[in-house]
Design a protein around this ligand. Structure first.
Ligand code: ZN
Length: 426
C-alpha cells in the first residue's frame, strides 16, 4: 500500500482531469478490474452540473529578478485546483490576493481549490511569502478548463445476494497522502482481498470518484441500483496513525452503525463513535433526504482535526504501514460481521437441550461455564428467529467471532438452523 501511495503521491489529481485517469489506471494495474466511467462536462446531476475538465501544463511565479520561486513541477499543491489560465506581470500588491499561505505553519504549502468560481491562485509557504519584496512578478498559469469528462472508477464484486455493500473513497485530492491516497490504497487492497475470496454473501460495489460531484454523479446515473444498496461505508483518511472515528449514518441506528460499533469495541477500544452531521465527505450525499442510504464513514482522525490536514505536511511521512494495515483489517472486520450476521432458529426450543449428551458441554459440572459454553446458552436462548447474531453479541457482550463459530457448531449438532426470514440482514 505504501509503494502504491509513493508512486501516486506526485500526481496532480482534482475533481476531473488526467491525474484522476492516471490514478484509476494505476489502480487497475494493481490487479483490480475496475471500470472507468467518463461523464461529459455539462451532464446535469440533480442540482449540479458536471464541470469542465481541468488540466495543468505548467504553473510558476518568477520574482522581480527573474528567479523562479514557485513551480508546479516541484509540488502539485502550488497551483490552486481549478485555477483558470492566466499569464502576465503583476506588482506585489496586485499579486498578493492570488497567493495562499498558512501563517500558523510557515513551512507548509496549503491545499486550496476554487471549483465553481473562476479564479486563479498559487499556494506557497508563508516563510517564502513573507520574504517577497516589492516589484514586478511574472505569473504563468498554463491550465486548460474546457469541455471534457469527469472520470470515476467502479468495481462490482458479485456475491450470493444482489443486495449490495457500497464503498466510496474520494480520488480528487492532489499530493496529499492521508487525504486521500490512504483511502484509495486501503479500499483497493480490500477489493483485492474480496476478489480472492471464493464466495461472498453480499455484492460489493466500490466507487472511486471525486468528492461531492463524484458521488452525486454516480447517484444520478445509477438510480436503478438504489434499492439494492443495503449498507455502505465511506472509507477515507486511513493512513495516519490515530484512533478510528466512525461517523454514523443519517438514521443513526442502521445495521452498519451497530456492526461498526461492535467491531470497533472488540478490536479498537479507543475508537470514537460520532453521530451524523451534514458536513464531511460523501456520506452527506448518500445521507441526503431523497436518498437515505445507510452509509457510515470510517476514518482515523477526521478531516480538519489533525494539524497537517490539507497541507503539504500531509505527506508520505505522515502515514505508516501499521496504520494502513490496521485500517484494512478494520474494514474487513466490519464487512465480516455484516456477512455473518444471520438469524438462527433453535430446533429444540422446549427448555434447554441437553448439551452434555451431545458432547457439547463439559461432563463434570460445578465450575462456571467456559466462554464457549456461555455462547451456546446465549445462542440457544435467543435463536427464536427474531434475533440475529449481532443482537446476541450486543446483549451478551460475547465476542461476535465466538458466537459465529459456536453457531456453526450448533448447526452441525442439529440444534440450530440458519433462518431466511424477514429479520435476516435487516
Ligand atoms: Zn480533503
Amino acid at each position: 500500500m505504501l509503494d502504491f501511495m509513493r508512486e501516486l503521491y506526485p500526481v496532480c489529481r482534482s475533481i476531473t482531469g488526467e491525474g484522476v485517469r492516471q490514478t484509476l489506471a494505476r489502480m487497475r494495474a494493481a490487479g483490480v478490474p475496475l471500470q472507468v466511467h467518463e461523464v461529459p462536462t455539462g451532464t446535469p446531476v440533480f442540482d449540479w452540473t458536471v464541470p469542465p475538465e481541468w488540466n495543468v501544463r505548467r504553473a510558476w511565479l518568477d520574482d522581480p529578478s527573474g528567479r523562479r520561486i514557485v513551480d508546479f513541477s516541484d509540488h502539485s499543491l502550488h497551483v490552486m485546483s481549478y485555477s483558470v489560465p492566466w499569464q502576465g506581470e503583476l506588482d506585489l500588491e496586485e499579486l498578493k490576493p492570488h497567493l495562499h499561505t498558512l501563517p500558523a505553519h510557515p513551512d507548509w504549502i496549503p491545499y486550496r481549490t476554487s471549483y465553481y468560481t473562476p479564479k486563479w491562485g498559487l499556494c506557497l509557504s508563508h516563510r517564502q511569502y513573507a520574504a517577497l519584496r516589492p516589484g514586478k512578478y511574472r505569473v504563468c498559469i498554463d491550465t486548460d478548463l474546457a469541455p471534457g469528462h469527469l472520470s470515476y472508477g467502479e468495481l462490482e464484486i458479485p456475491g450470493a445476494s444482489t443486495d449490495e455493500i457500497l464503498v466510496y473513497s474520494h480520488v480528487c485530492h492532489p499530493s496529499l497522502a492521508n487525504d486521500n491516497l490512504s483511502g484509495l490504497a486501503v479500499t483497493l487492497w480490500w477489493a483485492k482481498a474480496l476478489l480472492s475470496q471464493p464466495q461472498r454473501r453480499y455484492t460489493y460495489r466500490f466507487v472511486w470518484g471525486p468528492g461531492t460531484i463524484g458521488s452525486l454523479t454516480w447517484l444520478a446515473l445509477n438510480r436503478e441500483r438504489w434499492p439494492r444498496i443495503r449498507h455502505g461505508l465511506v472509507a477515507v483518511l486511513l493512513g495516519r496513525p490515530g484512533a478510528f472515528h466512525y461517523k454514523r449514518t443519517r438514521s443513526g441506528d442502521a445495521e452498519i452503525d451497530r456492526v461498526a460499533a461492535l467491531a470497533l469495541r472488540e478490536h479498537a477500544p479507543d475508537a470514537v463513535l460520532r453521530d451524523f452531521e451534514p458536513y464531511g465527505y460523501d456520506e452527506r450525499q448518500f445521507g441526503s433526504p431523497g436518498i437515505r442510504f445507510n452509509v457510515g464513514r470510517l476514518t482515523r482522525v477526521p478531516n480538519g482535526e489533525y494539524p497537517e490536514y490539507h497541507s503539504s505536511a500531509d505527506n508520505l511521512d505522515l502515514v505508516t504501514a501499521e496504520a494502513l494495515t490496521g485500517s484494512l483489517e478494520m474494514c474487513r472486520t466490519i464487512a465480516g460481521v455484516l456477512e455473518q450476521n444471520h438469524v438462527f432458529h433453535n430446533l429444540a426450543p422446549f427448555g434447554e437441550p441437553q448439551l452434555g449428551k451431545r458432547g457439547l458441554y463439559r461432563a463434570v459440572g460445578g465450575d462456571v461455564p467456559l466462554e464457549r459454553e456461555y455462547a451456546m446458552l446465549w445462542l440457544l436462548n435467543q435463536s427464536d428467529g427474531e434475533h440475529a447474531l449481532l443482537d446476541i453479541a450486543e446483549r451478551s457482550g460475547l465476542p461476535f467471532g465466538l458466537l459465529a463459530s459456536t453457531a456453526r457448531e450448533l448447526v452441525q449438532a442439529g440444534l440450530l438452523r440458519a433462518g431466511n426470514d424477514a429479520k435476516e440482514g435487516t
